[in-house]
Design a protein around this ligand. Structure first.
Ligand SMILES: NC(=O)c1ccc[n+]([C@@H]2O[C@H](COP(=O)([O-])OP(=O)(O)OC[C@H]3O[C@@H](n4cnc5c(N)ncnc54)[C@H](OP(=O)(O)O)[C@@H]3O)[C@@H](O)[C@H]2O)c1
Length: 246
């Protein structure tokens, strides 16, 4: 008889700072049967010898996402925890905009693709996998700067708006999941400023006690996921479990 994958965790963007900390946290959680780690980073996948961990290489496009979810379906994987940790803030020729003159179409498209489109394509593809009796909590990494009501400083046009778009996409998905996947809870999660490649260029303005380690953030997110009830709602929560205003 084939192996039964129950109570599994799936981490998308598993090579990133927060993604890799979540993989480690799930690996050391005795309640989790197996960890699947989806990543476009070949180097991070390296020589994996942990029998509780399976890397799933993928590219940031829909056919590739569907192919990963198909593999999980064929293995009859039952997922209890899904974390989508994809995102970008800066990159080559890509810096958060300080003023309108800094905006350009190419950067906006790159940010929207990574921060809004890739995560919602995962949510679309995962619907078929998350329809067993197993309770499943899906957390998508968003950001407080995607809150429209919290935006007092302006700037960061592309990152802010792509996270706001992510939240709206997730809100619509939560309405549909509540109807079609009644065992799923959706969380849009703000981790706080976390010491990863994404935040590196912006850490100098952050007080030491406000800069979290990825391990700390991963443990907070796991606590939150484990204590969340399935209520058919999208919750926008920070690392303390407090609601962030839209
Ligand atoms: N660090 C912070 O202070 C902070 C604060 C607020 C929100 N967040 C959010 O937390 C999430 C994780 O960020 P992090 O701090 O762990 O950053 P990170 O270390 O840079 O990891 C982000 C991961 O996103 C994936 N990615 C990169 N380019 C992508 C693209 N074009 N399309 C889709 N995915 C792409 C990569 O994963 P693979 O290589 O494995 O595919 C990458 O490792 C992001 O959504 C970020 O916006 C972070």
């Amino acid at each position: 008889m084939g192996r039964l994958y129950k109570n599994c965790a799936l981490v998308v963007g598993a090579s990133g700072g927060i993604g890799s900390a979540l993989v480690s946290a799930f690996l050391s959680d005795g309640e989790i049967g197996h960890v699947f780690a989806a990543s476009a980073n070949d180097v991070a996948q390296g020589n994996n010898t942990n029998t509780k961990l399976t890397w799933l290489p993928y590219q940031y496009n829909e056919p590739s996402i569907i192919s990963v979810v198909d593999q999980l379906s064929e293995l009859k994987v039952q997922v209890s925890h899904i974390c989508i940790c994809s995102g970008i803030l800066h990159g080559e020729n890509l810096r958060p905009e300080k003023r309108l003159e800094d905006l350009n179409s190419e950067s906006l498209q790159i940010l929207f693709h990574a921060n809004s489109i890739v995560p919602i394509l995962w949510i679309k593809a995962l619907r078929g996998l998350c329809n067993s009796d197993q309770k499943c909590c899906i957390a998508v990494l968003s950001a407080r700067v995607g809150s429209i009501s919290d935006n007092r400083l302006g700037g960061w046009y592309g990152y802010r708006s792509s996270k706001a778009a992510l939240n709206m996409l997730l809100k619509s998905a939560s309405v549909e999941y509540a109807r079609r996947n009644k065992n799923v809870k959706l969380i849009s999660f703000h981790p706080g400023t976390t010491d990863t490649e994404l935040s590196k260029p912006f850490q100098s303005a952050v007080r030491a006690e406000k800069l979290f380690t990825p391990d700390f953030v991963a443990s907070k997110l796991l606590e939150l996921m484990n204590s969340s009830d399935i209520d058919g709602e999208l919750s926008f929560l920070d690392w303390q479990g407090e609601t962030v205003e839209w």
